[in-house]
Write a protein that binds this ligand. Sequence first.
Ligand code: NAD
Ligand code: UDP
Length: 312
Amino acid sequence: MRKRRILVTGGAGFLGSHLCDRLLQEGNDVICVDNLFTGSKDNIRHLLDDPYFEFIRHDVTQPVFVECDQIYNLACPASPKWYQKDPIYTFKTSVWGAMNCLGLAKRTGARVLQASTSEVYGDPEIHPQPEEYRGCVNTIGIRSCYDEGKRAAETIFFDYHRMHGVDIKVMRIFNTYGPRMDINDGRVISNFIIQALLGQDITIYGDGLQTRSFCYVDDLIEGMVRLMNSRDGFTGPVNVGNPGEFTIRELAEIVIRLTGSNSKLIYQELPEDDPKQRKPNIDLAKKELGWEPSVILEEGLRKTIDYFKQCL
Ligand code: NAD
Ligand code: UDP
């Protein structure tokens, strides 16, 4: 007898596939819904023969009808390169996808978790960012389809909660990395590792003094599962990320050292609206979830480098 039937949208993506692994290991019945826009069957190939795992190729902008106890809503392209490819579709995926999950949760009584993002804080003037900070977001820029799409999704989550009593959890995820990141998705960690392993120039956008805080995927998934199973009435939003803060230039130097690469740093134009700094305040996650990250950047990078070596 399985514990719960759990729907994971975006389950063939980077984070979603790790979540599916974890939920199956815990004895749940997992339904993965994904249209493979940025995800891949390779991420879930090892699960396809598991009788408690089902893959449904489906676009979350359309309603999905399944019976389930919990829903994790992760479907949405996450890297700037992909979410900017078709910004209208990104916005639809974020907002209509959220509404379809909420409609399903309302009908089935399932608890539903939204994978929101630190991007709701935009280019933040408050540092580190606590959940109360309302952000500094450009409504009309090239990142807005994602940032505003995720903000609107949070809004509709709270409206379904207040109006229909839907049991919601909202998680603001900060930059996360690890095995199964797509080689071509243009995010900084995958780009730098691939470039270093191939001996190509490392592309730093801008002066490289902008900062990010990088969380290893295992830590992130632990926080996500804890939030889903947190006490009744605790909705979040809650930040989940690693407060260790690094400049992009520091990251490049660490990657070069860990890979033993001869790659040189080159500087390219900074993309529009690229946030200057980002670091989570995780006091709420510590208090409510008893969660904090345990994998330091070098350790996580070593595992990620090993993974990318196998991919090349
Ligand atoms: P990813 O691109 O690897 O995964 C997203 C998955 O959603 C893919 O498998 C993709 O095919 C699927 N998808 C996209 N549009 C869809 C649609 N319309 N219908 C069905 N499936 C669709 O990205 P990820 O890094 O695993 O991110 C997962 C979630 O976490 C996203 O919602 C993202 O916004 C959020 N998030 C991630 C990070 C991070 O650093 N990885 C940070 C903040 C928030
Ligand atoms: N970045 C970079 N070189 C790259 C890819 C990204 O310097 O090859 C920078 C990017 O401009 C940003 C940071 O690294 O300042 C993180 O970028 P990413 O796309 O990974 O995530 P996000 O900007 O959404 O946090």
